[in-house]
Design a protein around this ligand. Sequence first.
Ligand SMILES: [Fe+2]
Ligand SMILES: [Fe+2]
Length: 247
Amino acid sequence: MNFWTSVMHLVGSGAVAYYSAAQIRDPQTRPNVLASFQLAESGSVPFLSTLSDRAASEGDAWLAEKLQKHAADETKHGHIFAHALKQINKQVIDFQNQPPKSENKSPQQRSPFFAAFFQGYTSEQLKPAVIDWNVFMASTYILELDASKDFARMANVLPDQDPVSRHLKQGMLSIAQDETGHAAYLYEAMTRRMTPNQVQQLVDEWRTRKVNAMLAMVGGLLQRQGETRSLVQDSALSENTSELIVA
Ligand SMILES: [Fe+2]
Ligand SMILES: [Fe+2]
């Protein structure tokens, strides 16, 4: 990692930590933050499950088992955020019952963050059936490592006084611990396939990509002047649809 990248990583982490902490502390913005986490966590489950099957079919039982546990953890994380939303009488909007906006793309595919992070790769190349294992491991390692720190920071700004916040705080701290575990097995997976030098190079490359992706995301936020699409609705409007978004 060059000097510029490491400085920007620190600036970027600080800015995101500040922004996300403010968003989760504010009762006005908290529902949307929780919904975006629920979507991201639950949305990764089919991807991880397919990768687990693929690792098994390629004869890597160790990796298959780690990926299966990873998928189970992300399922649990999605439920923690869904439960937190339910406690404030909100739930994720069932986008499958909404008319499609423009093209039928997932939020991840549309986001400037993911476009920059995976620059040079087509969405076909990133499908779990074909994604290059090194690309998956290094990119996910960086995201998990940062997520563990971000979740812990956000948990720590939640007030202890009211039981709902306190419950969410405990949930997020346990999520942060799981994410640390995910980063650790992914790092180990890389060391099983590559020399320490190659691992370092790959990790550096994806750290640089993450820094660039954060800059792209901040640019996108500024362009929209902080306006974000609402991801939640009052839970009285429809029942039992929260799982439907997990596609
Ligand atoms: Fe997670
Ligand atoms: Fe994770």
